[in-house]
Design a protein around this ligand. Structure first.
Ligand SMILES: NC(=O)C1=CN([C@@H]2O[C@H](COP(=O)(O)OP(=O)(O)OC[C@H]3O[C@@H](n4cnc5c(N)ncnc54)[C@H](OP(=O)(O)O)[C@@H]3O)[C@@H](O)[C@H]2O)C=CC1
Ligand SMILES: O=C([O-])CC(=O)C(=O)O
Length: 253
């Protein structure tokens, strides 16, 4: 909704062509406050009316949203970064058809520095994520391993592995790790720890990068949105990304 409202308020070079939601019956009242009425379409109807489609939906819908847009040589701004790994053929489709997948920095920080360092040699990228219990509850990895975070009273490390492993184990919780890996040294070399911390209110990410050009540490403490798994800054990152598309002055890689 934040992205829709920003587009409705005006982002130079962009015009809100349509939206798609889970339940179209309740859509008219949800969007009634917008300055201009917006068509509510099925996912399959988006491509013909848009040059850019913002994918900000559950990861399972990534292919249905992105494929027709990429096939038409258009742009997908994608938040479900983890789904890119399991749909690698869509990157090839984009290459062949002249489409583009743009992954905003999202709930993370510093992907510009990571991408710059990757032009040289990055020796290691390590990320530690600490989330409140409600930011992790229900993740497939926890269910598969019988890890009951709802009952913890102290911080618990629930996962140690690579960004690729996290993408399947935590599809709705760790897109940030995949985005980091795609900016840097890839999903198999990007190392990740995930902690559930009952004392936390925010989704906290700390990243350490060691490269031949620089060594840097970055951290961010995300205020959760209405969805406790997703930081508020995520939608703002998409808005900033859309603003950059047509901006005469573009700052940051
Ligand atoms: N790259 C990054 O840094 C980050 C990525 N993410 C990822 O971004 C994605 C979006 O996050 P978030 O907004 O919190 O997710 P939510 O699950 O809260 O929202 C998903 C949206 O998708 C819509 N939707 C669900 N099912 C359908 C459907 N069948 N057809 C059309 N629309 C549908 C919902 O509509 P409705 O409102 O009607 O329910 C809702 O607007 C997720 O994959 C999340 O994991 C999140 C945080 C950071
Ligand atoms: O990566 C994600 O899916 C969400 C996340 O960690 C955050 O918003 O802080």
């Amino acid at each position: 909704m934040k992205i829709v409202e920003a587009l409705d308020a005006g982002i130079p070079g962009c015009e809100l062509a349509a939206v798609s939601v889970r339940s179209r019956e309740t859509a008219p009242e949800r969007f009634a406050h917008l300055g201009r009425p917006v068509p509510v379409l099925a996912i399959s109807e988006l491509e013909p009316v848009a040059d850019v489609v913002v994918e900000c939906a559950p990861a399972a819908l990534f292919r249905a949203i992105a494929e027709p847009v990429l096939r038409a040589g258009k742009m997908v701004v994608a938040l479900s970064a983890g789904a890119i790994l399991s749909n690698g053929d869509l990157v090839e489709l984009a290459r062949a058809a002249g489409g583009r997948i743009v992954v905003p920095t999202g709930a993370l920080v510093g992907l510009d520095a990571v991408a710059a360092a990757a032009e040289g040699t990055i020796r290691s990228v390590r990320m530690v994520t600490r989330k409140p219990v409600r930011g992790l509850a229900g993740a497939p990895y926890l269910l598969e391993h019988g890890i009951r975070v709802e009952e913890i009273t102290e911080p618990l490390m629930v996962f140690k592995g690579t960004a690729r492993q996290a993408a399947t184990g935590f599809p709705a919780n760790l897109n940030v790790a995949v985005a980091l890996s795609l900016a840097g040294i890839g999903p198999d070399r990007t190392e990740l720890e995930i902690w559930a911390d009952p004392a936390l209110e925010r989704n906290c990410h700390t990243i350490e990068v060691d490269a031949d050009s620089a060594r840097f540490s970055m951290s961010i403490e995300n205020v959760p949105s209405e969805n406790p798994k997703t930081g508020r800054i995520t939608a703002l990152s998409v808005i900033a990304c859309l603003r950059k598309l047509a901006a005469p002055l573009r700052v940051g890689t």
